[in-house]
Design a protein around this ligand. Structure first.
Ligand code: MSP
Length: 651
């Protein structure tokens, strides 16, 4: 890894839907590394953005009757908003619809055409729209997409190909000779095996759907969305302007992505493209695991089981009483602490609350709530002079800092957080053993000064090390320590014992992380969710009349119920997957669990309010409302009396 500049990328995300926890995971992980390298005083370029030319995006826009351009603009703005809310400190947000990027793709493709690395042939095979991936006959699983299991579309058309095969051997040797290039190790071996199984030339164009980048010199073809997307890493570094060298970012130091887009794309086509362009390869590709739902399904927007991280942060803020900004940091912490980076994990709100209590309210909260109030009580809030006997936590501080840095260099977030928590444990043990209250009582002022100084100093180092993970919380503690007011900036070289200026004025303030009663919190959220998902109360009072135009604003659709399952710990709620004839089926949460058994709902043709504003109910995204009749229990379901195609309009 270069010591002067640090170029880090996330994948660019498809904008057919809003971000979910999987995307937040990659982006937060990248953010932590970017902040870590900035803390060390390096020049950092952190790139993220949106992938906008996929077929599924065009279809999502059409399904909403919107112009694709207007649709992607609105969606890209949503993604930026999410990154702002999640405290993501990207340096550049690239969109594949940026003119600069379109120019970069066309320059790159034209060059590869000229040198014969991209050539025209005929493609015959299958295409999975949700995955935006080409498959050959033998690769299909029971006639469906081998990755996501959905139906595939048959394609037979003249198409352009990139000569991946020509680079297979070189790539294989490169990966063997550079053991750090692809990580974790298990993924590297998978990629090697994938290459050994034979790399075919990649199809890199599609029949032009009127949306996407046009192939240079072939107006009837558009550039395949993956070739378009991968080029973003070059565009942002100055490729289109011929400024790759001048800007000095190339090559990327770390590229993060999920394991699903490593072997087929980032570890083969991508480096092969760079080899064809004679450009240095990225230093390191790191593929992380998946966040799964409790039943082991990948959380994915294509599958309709989205966990909304912003929703989780808001729920956490609600049940704990902390500001949402602090709750966001707690979610960031949870994501990177809960699971070793590289492995799969499963997300649950109860798990988040558990870590909130144990790690934040207890361990971090304890050190904070002991140190600052004691300085207020015994020293009128002024950090005392260290004097003789200080430095009791010096060893723990330096051990923690070394481990933390080493872990972050090897992209082990969990290890880095554990290193901080070892220091917290040492700090808390120190209070317990030195008993500052007893020193005060015995009027051992010099010793008390030393202990209070050491504790505040330890808290300062904890805050520095925590700042890449929990930037808002770190800022808050920095301020309480009086460091902000004293104009002290957090820098890496100060992460050692004894660097705390004396005479700072500290403020204890309210506890940052009040303990949450987990059972009560879960019950409360469940009750609220049930209320939100309950069929609307019948109205006794006379209703206002509405115009036909007003009625028409309701988008009522026939939907087929594909899946039904109980929402965990919510007696009345079902999570349903409903086909509304759109590209991806919808997920709807409905308060029907006490009225119907799942099999009574399965396959029924129900009526759905399709344009109801989506909501997150008990951490489960609900998009639409199923209509039911009646006050009396059990309620009756509104159904069509004949089979109708999903998505049919109800008038
Ligand atoms: N647009 C492409 C990437 C092009 S990069 C040149 C794409 N976009 S995506 O929006 O579908 O997903 C992007 C990333 O989110 C991938 O790294 C993927 O692994 C990650 N995740 C999607 N679902 C996930 C989980 N359930 N868990 C963890 N990460 C997951 O692919």
């Amino acid at each position: 890894m270069s010591s002067e500049k640090f170029y880090i990328t996330t994948p660019i995300y498809y904008v057919n839907d809003n971000p979910h926890i999987g995307h937040v995971y990659t982006t937060t992980a990248a953010d932590v590394l970017a902040r870590f390298h900035r803390l060390r005083g390096e020049r950092v370029f952190f790139l993220t953005g949106t992938d906008e030319h996929a077929t599924k995006i065009l279809r999502a826009a059409e399904a909403q009757n919107r112009e694709p351009r207007e649709f992607v603009d609105a969606m890209a703005a949503n993604w930026r908003k999410t990154w702002e809310r999640m405290h993501i400190s990207y340096d550049h947000f690239i969109r594949t619809s940026d003119p600069e990027h379109v120019a970069a793709v066309q320059t790159l493709v034209a060059r590869l055409q000229e040198q014969g690395d991209i050539y025209l042939d005929e493609y015959e095979g299958w295409y999975c729209v949700p995955c935006e991936t080409f498959f050959r006959e033998g690769e299909l699983g029971e006639g469906t997409c081998p990755d996501c299991g959905r139906p595939v579309e048959q394609v037979r058309q003249p198409a352009y190909f990139f000569r991946t095969s020509a680079y297979a051997d070189r790539l294989h040797s490169y990966i063997e000779e550079h053991p750090d290039f692809i990580q974790p190790e298990a993924r590297r071996r998978e990629v090697l095996a994938f290459i050994e199984s034979g790399l075919r030339d990649a199809c890199v164009s599609r029949k032009h759907p009127g949306w996407g980048i046009t192939m240079p010199g072939a107006a009837e073809h558009s550039v395949y969305v993956w070739l378009d997307a991968l080029t973003n890493y070059l565009t942002a570094a100055g490729y289109a302007e011929g400024a790759l060298v001048r800007r000095g970012w190339w090559p990327p130091d770390v590229q993060l992505m999920g394991k699903d887009i490593l072997a087929r794309f980032h570890a083969t086509i991508w480096p092969a493209l760079l080899m064809a362009l004679n450009l240095p390869l990225p230093e390191r590709l790191f593929a992380h695991g998946w966040w799964l739902t409790d039943d082991g399904d990948k959380i994915s927007k294509s599958r309709g089981n989205v966990v909304d991280p912003w929703g989780a942060a808001r729920d956490l803020a609600e049940v704990s009483g902390v500001p949402t900004r602090v709750a966001v940091d707690a979610v960031r912490y949870f994501l990177l602490r809960e699971v070793t980076f590289g492995l799969d994990g499963s997300f649950s709100f109860g798990g988040l609350l558990g870590r909130f209590n144990a790690d934040l309210a207890n361990d971090l909260g304890n050190l904070l709530n002991r140190t600052l109030p004691l300085i207020e009580r015994y020293r009128e809030g002024q950090v005392p002079m260290p004097g003789p006997g200080a430095g009791g936590l010096e060893e723990a501080i330096s051990a923690s800092r070394e481990k933390w840095a080493q872990c972050l260099e090897t992209i082990d977030y969990r290890g880095a957080l554990e290193a901080i928590w070892e220091l917290l444990a040492a700090g808390n043990k120190f209070v317990h053993e030195r008993e500052p209250w007893a020193l005060h009582k015995a009027q051992k002022e010099v010793e008390l000064d030393a202990v209070l100084y050491d504790l505040a100093d330890c808290l300062r180092v904890v805050t520095l090390l925590l700042s890449p993970f929990m930037p808002v919380v770190a800022e808050e503690i920095w301020e309480r320590l009086g460091l902000t007011a004293a104009g002290v900036r957090p820098v890496w070289k100060d992460a050692e014992a004894g660097k705390l200026p004396t005479g700072l004025q500290v403020t204890a303030g309210q506890p940052l992380f009040p303990r949450v009663e987990i059972d009560r919190a879960l019950q409360r959220l469940t009750a609220e969710a049930e209320k939100a998902a309950a069929p609307p109360e019948p109205q006794e009072a006379e209703m206002e009349t509405i115009s036909y135009e007003e009625f028409r604003r309701l988008d009522l659709r026939a939907g087929r119920v594909l899946e039904v399952e109980k929402v965990a710990k919510a007696d009345k709620l079902y999570r349903l997957i409903v086909d509304l004839g759109e590209e991806a089926p919808r997920q709807v949460v409905a308060g029907l669990a006490q009225d119907f058994a799942p099999e009574e709902l399965l396959n029924r043709c129900v009526v759905v309010v399709a344009n109801l504003e989506p909501a997150t109910i008990r951490g489960v995204r609900s998009h639409g409302m199923i209509l039911a009749v009646g006050e009396e229990k059990p309620v009756a379901l509104v159904v069509a009396d004949r089979d109708c195609p999903p998505g049919s309009v109800v008038r």
